[in-house]
Design a protein around this ligand. Structure first.
Ligand code: AMP
Length: 213
C-alpha cells in the first residue's frame, strides 16, 4: 500500500467481516480502528445520554439518526490519535454521512466487501461477541478456546440483540436502501476498491492486501 495513505473506509453489509479485517489492518498500519457500532454499543453499555438515545434504533436493526452519529464521530476524529489517519468501519452508512465526512477528513480509499446475502444470514446467526472487548467469534468457524467465554478476558460471550433473525432482516433491508447507494458515490469519485469477502478471514485478508496495493 502507498506510503501516506491512511484514511480508509470499509463498506459492506452486516456480517461481511469488516470488523475482523479492520482490527488486524488498523494494527498493522498503526491507525485507529473506528467502528461506530462498537462506539455506540459502549455508549449503550455505559448508559450515557447518547446510548439511551441510540439503543432502540440499534436493537431494532435500524440506523441511529445521522445527527447523533455525526456528532459522535466528529468528537472521535478530533482526538489526537486520529490525526495520522483512520480506518472507519460501519461509517458512513448514508449519503448525508458520506457528504459530512468529505467536509472534515475525506477518505482516500474505500474498500467494498462483496458477499452474497445467504452467507451473511448464516454468519450473523453464528456470531457471538465479547461485551467487554468487542472481540468477535463465530460458533462454527472461529470458536473461542473455552465454549462461551472470551479468549482475551474470560467474559461470557453474548449474541448481539440485533443479530437475532428479525433484526437481521431489517438490517439487510436498511443496507440495501440507505448504504448501498454509497457504492456509486465512491465509484464516481474513483476511490472504490471491491473485494470478494467470502471465505476464511485469512483468504479475505490476502485479497484486502492486494486491493490496497
Ligand atoms: P454495526 O456494529 O456496524 O453493525 O452497527 C450496529 C448498529 O449501530 C447499526 O445497526 C446501527 O443501529 C448503529 N450504527 C452503527 N454505525 C452507524 C452509522 N454510521 N449510522 C447510523 N447507525 C449506525
Amino acid at each position: 500500500m502507498d506510503a501516506g495513505v491512511h484514511r480508509i473506509v470499509f463498506l459492506g453489509p452486516p456480517g461481511a467481516g469488516k470488523g475482523t479485517q479492520a482490527g488486524a489492518l488498523a494494527k498493522e498500519l498503526g491507525i485507529p480502528h473506528l467502528s461506530t457500532g462498537d462506539i455506540l454499543r459502549a455508549a449503550v453499555a455505559a448508559g450515557t445520554l447518547l446510548g439511551r438515545e441510540a439503543r432502540g434504533f440499534m436493537d431494532a436493526g435500524r440506523l441511529v439518526p445521522d445527527a447523533l452519529v455525526l456528532k459522535m464521530l466528529a468528537e472521535r476524529l478530533a482526538a489526537p490519535d486520529a490525526r495520522s489517519g483512520y480506518l472507519l468501519d460501519g461509517f458512513p452508512r448514508t449519503i448525508p454521512q458520506a457528504e459530512a465526512l468529505e467536509e472534515v477528513a475525506p477518505s482516500e480509499i474505500v474498500v467494498s466487501f462483496e458477499i452474497p446475502s445467504h452467507v451473511l444470514v448464516a454468519r450473523l446467526s453464528q456470531r457471538r461477541i465479547c461485551p467487554k472487548c468487542s472481540t468477535v467469534y463465530n460458533l462454527e468457524t472461529q470458536p473461542p478456546r473455552v465454549a462461551g467465554r472470551c479468549d482475551r478476558d474470560d467474559m461470557e460471550l453474548i449474541q448481539r440483540p440485533d443479530d437475532r433473525p428479525e433484526a437481521v432482516a431489517v438490517r439487510l433491508k436498511v443496507y440495501t436502501e440507505q448504504t448501498a447507494p454509497l457504492l456509486d458515490f465512491y465509484r464516481r469519485r474513483g476511490r472504490l476498491r471491491p473485494i470478494d469477502a467470502a471465505g476464511t478471514p485469512a483468504e479475505v485478508a490476502a485479497r484486502l492486501h492486494a486491493a490496497l496495493r
